[in-house]
Design a protein around this ligand. Structure first.
Ligand code: BEZ
Length: 225
């Protein structure tokens, strides 16, 4: 939010708005905000907050030179065609508009992914290519933004070990569905328990708090006039 520096009256697109928790904060500043998300359930949750939220695929944005800024938090790493996203954002912005975001960065959840792959490997399933996430380096994402016509103002890869509100098993059930779905339903609990055992020495602290090995790529770019 600080990097975005939203001003009252600005028209802002929240790309991957989820349930609208951050969209609401932009509205509170006095911005006119449109939220888009590919999940109908998330868009409905955002609409219950009385936000202008729409179901739209981030890789197929359909806006035309109408926003002062595009903002995105914890969503871009779910979009596997970053060039299509960047092209859509470019098309959505007015000349001089800002693209400000944060996504999982290079090696985000590497320990979790390695454990998920290892526990599949023990079941003779090759899980190396399953991860549904895009976690770019500074170099790779800067190059994509520049190729997409943006001028880069700031980018940093930030380690962000993140304490989880609950057990790692809940995180796996929420975010690792593409791995879990490779295991027959009757074996899923055993698979999760095995991944949990592999991760406990690495990610669970002495108080029993699970800490996800997140990294973040944070950036600010401008569409030139
Ligand atoms: C996140 O929501 O930030 C996230 C989700 C899946 C993997 C890594 C990060």
């Amino acid at each position: 939010m600080e990097l975005l520096a939203p001003k009252p009256g600005e028209r802002i697109l929240d790309l991957g708005c989820g349930d609208g928790a951050l969209t609401e904060k932009l509205v509170a500043v006095g911005c006119h905000v449109v939220g888009v998300d590919s999940s109908e359930a998330q868009v409905e949750a955002a609409q219950r907050r009385h936000l202008d939220a729409r179901v739209m695929d981030g890789e197929r944005l359909t806006f035309h030179h109408e926003f002062d800024a595009v903002f995105s938090n914890a969503a871009l790493h779910w979009m596997r065609d970053p060039d299509a996203v960047i092209a859509g954002v470019w098309g959505a912005l007015k000349p001089g508009g800002r693209f400000v975001g944060e996504l999982g960065g290079y090696r985000c959840v590497e320990k979790i992914r390695t454990a998920l792959v290892e526990a599949l490997h023990r079941r003779r399933i090759n899980g190396k290519a399953i991860a549904p996430w895009y976690f770019p380096t500074v170099r790779a994402y800067s190059a994509r933004l520049r190729n997409g016509g943006f001028q880069l103002n700031y980018m940093a890869l930030i380690p962000r070990p993140t304490p989880l509100p609950g057990d790692i098993a809940e995180w796996l059930e929420t975010f690792a569905g593409s791995f879990l779905s490779r295991v027959p339903p009757e074996e899923r609990n055993a698979y999760i328990a095995e991944v949990r055992d592999l991760l406990r020495p690495q990610l669970c602290d002495a108080r029993g708090v699970w800490i996800a090995d997140y990294t973040r790529l944070r950036f600010s770019a401008t569409k030139p006039f």
